[in-house]
Design a protein around this ligand. Structure first.
Ligand SMILES: Cc1cc2nc3c(=O)[nH]c(=O)nc-3n(C[C@H](O)[C@H](O)[C@H](O)COP(=O)(O)OP(=O)(O)OC[C@H]3O[C@@H](n4cnc5c(N)ncnc54)[C@H](O)[C@@H]3O)c2cc1C
Length: 393
C-alpha cells in the first residue's frame, strides 16, 4: 500500500512527492497529462523558491538547461527607476525563469529518482472513503484501465480547478474578485534582464528564459479582458509601447518567435488545506493573480511544509496529527504575500506610492529591501513599516 498518492506531477505535486519519497514514504504520483508539456506561466521563480531547488539538489539541472541567473531586477514607474543587486535567500541571489517543460520534468524525474512511482496519462476519477475519511483513490491508468488504490493520504496537487478539492468539499475562503488578465509571448535577439514596468492599469514584465529567449508579458485590468481578447496581439504590443517605449524599441530589433499565450481566468482564493486522509498543495489549495509570480515559489513552500508535517516514515507523527498541523500552519506561510498580491494586482499608481518609491530610490539599502519584499524574503509588513510610510507623506 502507498503511504501517499499525489494527484498532479508539476511543481507542487512533483516536489511534494520528491520530499515524501526522500523521507522514506512509498509514494504514487499520477498526472493525466504527458511529461514535458508546457503550461501557462511567466516562469519566474523568486529567490526563496530557488533556495528550495538548491536544497533539493535540482538547481544544477535547471542551471544546466541554459536559463540565465536573474540577479539584477529593475522596476520602473513614472519617473522612478529602481535597480540593484537581487536580494539573497539562503545564499541564493539569483532568480530563474526556466520553461515549464524544463522545470516540471526535472522535478518529476527527481521524484522518481528518489523512489516515487510517477505515472503520466493517469487520471484521478474519485475517492475511496470510509465515513468522512479519505482512504484511497480511483483512477484510470494510461491503458484506460480503472484501478483503485488504498492509502492513508491523498494529496491534491491538481491545479486551480482541482477535482480532489471538489471531491473532498474543501471550503474556499479569503476569496477575492479577479484582478488582471495577462498576455505574453517569447522573443529572441533581445538583450534583457528581469525587468518590470508599470503605468496605471498596466504592467509589463520581462523574464529571460531558456534557448536565449525572453518572455515578455503584458498585464491589463480584468475589466479590459473582453475588449482585449479579440485582438490580443495588437493590445499586447500597444501595452508594451505605451508602458515602456524603450523596451518596445529593443523588441523591434529582435523577433517574436512564439504565438501569444494569455488568460483572463486567474482566481483568488484559499481552500481548506487538509482534512481526514487528504491535503491540498499548490494551486489546488491557494490560487492568486499571477502578476506577482508567486505560484511556483508558494507551491514549493507548501510542499516543504506538508512534508515537514508528515515527517519521516519511521518515527513520524500519525497522519491525523500531521494533517492537523498542516491545516493550522499553512496559511501563515501564504497570507501576507497573498494580501500583497491582491494589492499590487490592482495596478494602481497612487501619488502616495510614488512618493514612497522616490524615497526608496534614493537608498540602495531600501531598494534591496524593496526587492526582498517583492520576492517574499521579508514580509511586506516588515518593509512597509511605520518608519517608511511617513517618509512618503
Ligand atoms: C499567466 C500566468 C502566469 C504565471 N506566472 C507565474 C510566474 O511567473 N511565477 C510563478 O511562480 N507562478 C506563475 N504562475 C502560477 C503558476 O503557474 C502556478 O502557481 C503553478 O503552475 C501551480 O503548480 P501546481 O503544480 O499547483 O499546478 P499545475 O501546474 O496546474 O499542475 C497541476 C497538474 O495536475 C494534473 N491534473 C489535474 N487534474 C488531474 C486529475 N484529475 N488526474 C490526474 N492529474 C490531474 C494536471 O495535468 C497538471 O499537470 C502563473 C500562472 C499564470 C496563469
Amino acid at each position: 500500500m502507498y503511504d501517499a498518492i499525489v494527484v498532479g506531477a508539476r511543481c507542487a505535486g512533483a516536489s511534494t512527492a520528491l520530499l515524501l519519497a526522500r523521507a522514506g514514504h512509498r509514494v504514487l504520483v499520477l498526472d493525466r497529462g504527458r511529461p514535458g508539456t508546457d503550461k501557462l506561466s511567466t516562469l519566474y521563480i523568486h529567490q526563496p523558491g530557488v533556495a528550495r531547488l538548491a536544497k533539493w539538489d535540482v538547481l544544477d539541472a535547471i542551471k544546466k538547461s541554459g536559463c540565465q541567473p536573474l540577479d539584477r531586477p529593475t522596476y520602473q514607474v513614472a519617473d522612478i527607476h529602481l535597480t540593484g543587486p537581487a536580494p539573497e535567500a539562503d545564499g541564493n541571489r539569483a532568480a530563474y525563469g526556466p520553461r515549464r517543460f524544463v522545470l516540471d520534468p526535472i522535478l518529476a524525474d527527481a521524484a522518481a529518482e528518489s523512489g516515487a512511482d510517477v505515472r503520466f496519462g493517469a487520471t484521478a476519477l474519485g475517492l475511496l472513503t470510509e465515513g468522512e475519511r479519505v482512504t484511497g483513490l480511483r483512477y484510470r491508468d494510461s491503458d484506460g484501465v480503472v484501478r483503485s488504490e488504498n492509502t492513508p493520504l491523498v494529496i491534491g496537487a491538481d491545479g486551480m480547478r482541482s477535482s480532489i478539492a471538489k471531491l473532498v468539499g474543501a471550503q474556499e475562503y479569503a476569496v477575492h474578485q479577479k484582478l488582471t488578465c495577462a498576455y505574453y509571448s517569447y522573443w529572441s535577439g533581445v538583450p534583457a534582464g528581469f525587468e518590470q514596468y508599470q503605468r496605471p492599469g498596466h504592467w509589463v514584465g520581462v523574464i529571460p528564459t531558456n534557448d536565449d529567449r525572453i518572455l515578455v508579458a503584458a498585464y491589463f485590468l480584468q475589466r479590459e479582458f473582453d475588449r482585449i481578447k479579440g485582438a490580443a496581439q495588437e493590445h499586447y504590443l500597444d501595452n508594451i509601447r505605451q508602458t515602456t517605449p524603450t523596451l518596445f524599441e529593443r523588441l523591434q530589433a529582435g523577433e517574436q518567435v512564439e504565438r501569444m499565450y494569455g488568460t483572463g481566468d486567474q482566481l483568488n482564493f484559499l481552500r481548506t488545506a487538509a482534512g481526514p486522509g487528504w491535503a491540498l498543495v499548490g494551486d489546488s489549495g491557494h490560487h492568486k493573480d499571477s502578476l506577482t509570480a508567486r505560484g511556483i515559489t508558494d507551491a514549493f513552500l507548501q510542499a516543504e511544509l506538508l512534508a515537514e508535517c508528515v515527517g519521516p516514515k519511521e518515527g513520524g507523527p500519525s497522519t491525523d496529527d500531521a494533517l492537523k498541523r498542516y491545516l493550522t500552519t499553512r496559511d501563515s506561510i501564504l497570507l501576507s504575500n497573498y494580501k500583497s498580491t491582491l494589492s499590487v494586482a490592482r495596478l494602481e499608481v497612487t501619488e502616495e506610492r510614488l512618493r514612497m518609491l522616490r524615497v526608496i530610490q534614493e537608498s540602495p539599502e531600501l531598494t534591496e529591501r524593496y526587492f526582498a519584499a517583492a520576492a517574499g524574503i521579508i514580509a511586506p509588513e516588515d518593509f512597509y513599516t511605520e518608519e517608511l510610510l511617513p517618509l512618503a507623506s
